[in-house]
Design a protein around this ligand. Structure first.
Ligand SMILES: O=c1ccn([C@H]2C[C@H](O)[C@@H](COP(=O)(O)OP(=O)(O)OP(=O)(O)O)O2)c(=O)[nH]1
Ligand SMILES: [Mg+2]
Length: 149
């Protein structure tokens, strides 16, 4: 288990700190720290505060924000940036870009779980400029070059 510094920016979150729902969970649910219900019309996007800040600190780690499957599949509530990437040196509030990609109005309730946070390993690379790459089986073939089925 890795320990990451966390600040509670909204007192309501002190009662429900992010926690893994089951021993095997990869994600920690993030809540909409809203003062009132937020109506998202079809196609609308809104940046929603979570009431939390984390400082991952280790450049070998990052956090990513992903949609919750049920909200995304059943209600079309996904992320305006598709995936949120939290840099290890970011210390501001975790924000969720909430996009109603459905054809139906959706109302986000205060403190509703709207997305999930996953801590992932990261490899930072240095680049060595070359004129030729070492040979590979694939070479430059891509974009369906291996066929569709
Ligand atoms: O869904 C998100 C995505 C990003 N962030 C925060 C953490 C991240 O470290 C920072 C910058 O994100 P990113 O690098 O993806 O955005 P940018 O548009 O490149 O901004 P910047 O110029 O600040 O890097 O914004 C969030 O709170 N939620
Ligand atoms: Mg950036």
């Amino acid at each position: 288990m890795t320990t990451i510094d966390l600040k509670v920016l909204d007192a309501r979150m002190a009662e429900q700190l992010p926690a893994y729902a089951t021993p095997g969970s990869a994600g920690l649910d993030l809540r909409a720290c809203l003062d009132a219900p937020l109506v998202l019309e079809p196609g609308q996007t809104s940046l929603i505060p979570t009431g939390l800040a984390i400082h991952v600190a280790d450049p070998g780690l990052a956090a990513i924000i992903l949609p919750r499957s049920g909200l995304g599949h059943k209600h079309g509530i996904v992320l305006g940036n598709l995936v949120g990437l939290i840099d290890s040196d970011y210390q501001g509030q975790l924000m969720v870009s909430c996009w109603n990609r459905s054809a139906v109005t959706f109302t986000v309730q205060p403190m509703e779980r709207i997305a999930q946070l996953v801590i992932v390993p990261v490899v930072q690379a240095t680049f060595r400029q070359v004129q030729e790459f070492g040979e590979s089986d694939r070479g430059a073939s891509g974009f369906g070059s291996t066929g569709r089925h």
